[in-house]
Design a protein around this ligand. Structure first.
Ligand SMILES: [Zn+2]
Length: 82
């Protein structure tokens, strides 16, 4: 599945729901007010020696609606294409 596709939000939400078996309390504020971003975040990851090794990686984003604490999930590890 392509990372930026319209199905990303639905598929990511389903995987999150399946995988999130631990407490859902925010570790910062203690509330349960998580919000899942509609689109993945992209971050540039640089190799150790040269800028040529720059890669872009996608992340599913879940943020606490109360304090803003944010969780990032590696999209490739979840089975999404780059
Ligand atoms: Zn919080």
């Amino acid at each position: 599945m392509k990372l930026g596709s319209d199905e990303f939000y639905k598929a990511f939400s389903e995987k999150l729901e399946k995988n999130w078996t631990e407490s859902r309390k925010c570790p910062i504020c203690g509330q349960v007010a998580w919000k899942t971003a509609k689109k993945p975040a992209k971050a540039d990851i640089w190799g150790e020696s040269h800028a040529r090794e720059k890669k872009s990686m996608g992340f599913g984003v879940v943020a606490c609606g109360n304090c803003g604490y944010t969780l990032l999930f590696n999209a490739i590890a979840l089975g999404f294409d780059e």
